[in-house]
Design a protein around this ligand. Structure first.
Ligand code: SF4
Length: 300
């Protein structure tokens, strides 16, 4: 039997979750040709992001380094999980920089799969990528959305932050109660908070920190506010909140469609807590209009 049968018990998408298909207008196909031609991965494609038409049409994308196979298996994430069959590609940082330069990006966002199989969990590869970007695009800002660097957290933070990214992002993803179920035994809610707080201490410069929450996984709105409070108490500057979309029948089911009014309420709560920027909306993703998120926080 085919494993790609339509999912019949998935709740119907409300109007506010509808997105447009790629159009030949804009730069969508240029970006596609470039990233495929340079054998790069993007989280836009790997996670089937609903914003891909808009973001690629604007000539932006979020690079996914360290391969396409993640050593974790979070219940909401579509990225392939398993045991990667190759070490980090030493030339990948240069190709990312080449792509970013050809796209003339002013703010470059880089994320990765988790690489628990590599001794430093990929920290040196992040640092090499940041350095390659800064060498090729000295006027661009760089944002990294990192894994938790399980077991080598302190050294990995020092390695990544020595390359001086402007934004250090680590997504907490969900509320404390759901964290173990959604993220598995290796991840920890408190460790995510610690990593964000420690990044500021280790950096030695004014790094902007950022985190993201997915809603629609079974959390209550008050728990989201509790998580916002925890993030703010850890010194986080920028936060994103967006609707979960079930990527396949094997993944966690959507618990609810969060209404745009609730997203507005989350934003107001975050602003009251003092975040520099709160992007909260059904289609908001961590890297969605990341340049604008950063500028909003800088403008405060
Ligand atoms: S929101 Fe982020 S992941 Fe999604 S398409 Fe845009 S840049 Fe890519």
């Amino acid at each position: 039997m085919s494993s790609s049968l339509p999912v019949t018990d998935r709740p119907r998408r409300p109007e506010w979750m509808k997105v447009r298909a790629p159009s030949p207008d804009g730069r969508y196909f240029d970006v596609q040709r470039l990233v495929h031609g340079l054998r790069l991965h993007t989280i836009c494609e790997e996670a089937r992001c609903p914003n891909i038409s808009e973001c690629w049409g604007r000539g932006t994308a979020t690079f996914q380094i360290l391969g396409d196979t993640c050593t974790r298996a979070c219940r909401y994430c579509y990225v392939d999980s398993g045991r990667p069959d190759a070490p980090p590609d030493a030339l990948e940082p240069l190709r990312v920089a080449q792509a970013a330069a050809q796209m003339a990006l002013k703010h470059v966002v880089v994320t990765s799969v988790d690489r628990d199989d590599v001794a430093d969990c990929g920290a040196a590869h992040y640092a090499a990528t940041i350095r390659a970007l800064k060498a090729k695009l000295p006027d661009a800002s760089v944002e990294v959305l990192t894994p938790d660097f399980l077991g080598v957290e302190e050294e990995a933070l020092a390695t990544v932050l020595a390359a001086r990214p402007e934004v250090f992002n680590h997504n907490i993803e969900t509320v404390r109660r759901l964290h173990p179920h959604m993220r598995g035994a290796k991840a920890s809610y408190d460790k995510a908070l610690w990593l964000l707080q420690r990044a500021k201490e280790v950096a030695g410069y004014d790094v902007m920190t950022k985190s993201g929450i997915i809603v629609g996984l079974g959390e209550r709105n008050e728990e989201v506010v509790e998580t916002l409070r925890d993030l703010r108490a850890s010194g986080v500057d920028v936060v994103t909140i967006g609707q979960y979309l079930q990527p396949s029948p094997k993944h966690a089911k959507i618990d609810r469609w969060v209404h745009p009014d609730e997203f507005r309420w989350f934003r107001e709560q975050g602003e009251k807590l003092g975040f520099g920027s709160v992007f909260s909306g059904p289609l908001v993703r961590s890297s969605y209009r990341a340049d604008e998120q950063r500028h909003a926080a800088l403008a405060l």
